[in-house]
Design a protein around this ligand. Structure first.
Ligand SMILES: [Zn+2]
Length: 380
């Protein structure tokens, strides 16, 4: 049970850290529930009032191009409507936790940039969905699958752009660490695309790392906050873990799973839109004025679907840990890195089981430490 590493994490967190970690968890749950409620309020404000239908008529939403305008207008209204929610859970909560290092103006600018990227990606996605419903009123499923596949591709390609839109990237000054990481890449058989240091420390005290495609190679992107506190062997382990995800193709598998959930969610929404046909001035599934309903159904569905995606991801996390342990053979570095990560990100090492099952895409730290210990024992 409680091994030495776990004990160390509790000590590093302290009473205050543990209290904050548990509060952060509560806020995470509150954010999801209120987001659904907020989306429902938005739909109620737009649909029974006839505003969505009026907006469609004003923007010529029955034409192909007009439909795009209606979609963008509704999405813009929605992101303005969501602003207080995003401010509270994205900014105020981090401020209370003491992890936020950003000014309100800086945060607003980020919210705007992020909103712009998702407006483009999801705007075109929803446009595609409505055009499919118009073109194939009965046999819409095959074309819908194609549109969702395009969305998955767009998200995959936009990932590096999303990161760079948020934080600046600088070079890694530490040559020794650079060659250490180059060696682990070589050992794993991946082309090393260098290391970029994300200047996240200006915005948050939290730490993270990821791999990003760069001209046929893989670039390591590390938060400067992580570099400051995790030792080189720990960084090596974190990178080896990410290589594990690449080796197992977890990211495409995850996108595939989410795409499948999206197709089912939109199919459900289609049924609701058929039912809503003729009410509140709405004109069936091809009518972009129905977007608030579609977004609401999709939100509900994806909230439930989280159980599936998170369960899948947690299993992939164990596999990536095992991969990294086999590649580095360095359990102590893994344990030391976790002490820092738990403290930086205010993670409860042992959250309630139902919370982990429903909400977490990573296993709890206690479980990961235990599983890692088992892997090492197995190998003797
Ligand atoms: Zn992972």
């Amino acid at each position: 049970m409680a091994n030495a590493a776990l004990q160390e994490i509790y000590e590093a967190l302290g009473e205050d850290g543990l209290r904050k970690a548990r509060w952060q968890e509560k806020m995470h749950i509150a954010a999801m529930i209120t987001q659904i409620l907020w989306t429902a309020v938005f739909a109620l404000a737009m649909i029974p009032t006839g505003w969505a239908a009026a907006l469609r008529d004003a923007l010529g939403g029955d034409t192909t191009f007009g439909a795009l305008l209606v979609i963008l207008a509704i999405m813009l209204l929605n992101s303005v409507f969501m602003l207080p929610h995003a401010w509270f859970f994205g900014y105020r909560v981090e401020q209370i936790l003491g992890t936020n290092r950003q000014s309100l103006a800086g945060w607003l600018l980020d919210y705007f940039k992020q909103g712009l990227i998702s407006l483009v990606i999801f705007g075109f996605f929803f446009w595609g969905v409505y055009l499919v419903f118009r073109a194939w009123p009965v046999a819409w499923l095959p074309a819908l699958v194609a549109v969702v596949a395009l969305l998955a591709l767009a998200i995959y390609l936009a990932q590096p752009l999303m990161i760079r839109a948020q934080v600046g990237v600088g070079p890694l000054e530490d040559d020794e660490l650079n060659s250490r990481l180059a060696r682990i890449f070589e050992k794993a058989g991946f082309p090393f695309g260098g290391v970029g240091v994300l200047k996240a420390g200006e915005k948050t005290s939290k730490g993270n790392a990821m791999l990003s495609p760069k001209g046929g190679k893989l670039e390591v992107l590390i938060f400067d906050t992580l570099l400051e506190e995790v030792d080189p062997e720990g960084i090596e382990f974190v990178v080896a873990h990410e290589l594990g995800h690449r080796a197992h193709r977890d990211w495409p598998a995850m996108l595939g799973l989410i795409s499948l959930l999206f197709v089912v969610g939109i199919a459900l929404a289609h049924a609701v839109l058929v039912w809503a046909d003729g009410r509140w001035g709405l004109a069936g599934p091809g009518d972009p004025a129905t977007l608030p309903i579609l977004m609401l159904v999709l939100s509900f569905w994806m909230l439930a679907g989280q159980v599936v995606t998170n369960t899948f991801m947690r299993s992939r996390e164990y596999a990536a840990d095992r991969y990294a342990l086999e590649l580095t053979g360095n359990l102590p570095a893994f344990e030391r890195a976790f002490v820092v990560l738990a403290k930086q990100n205010l993670a409860d090492p042992e959250p309630p089981e139902w919370v982990e099952f429903w909400l977490h895409n990573h296993p709890s730290i206690a479980r990961r430490l235990e599983a890692a210990r088992r892997v090492v024992e197995e190998k003797g």
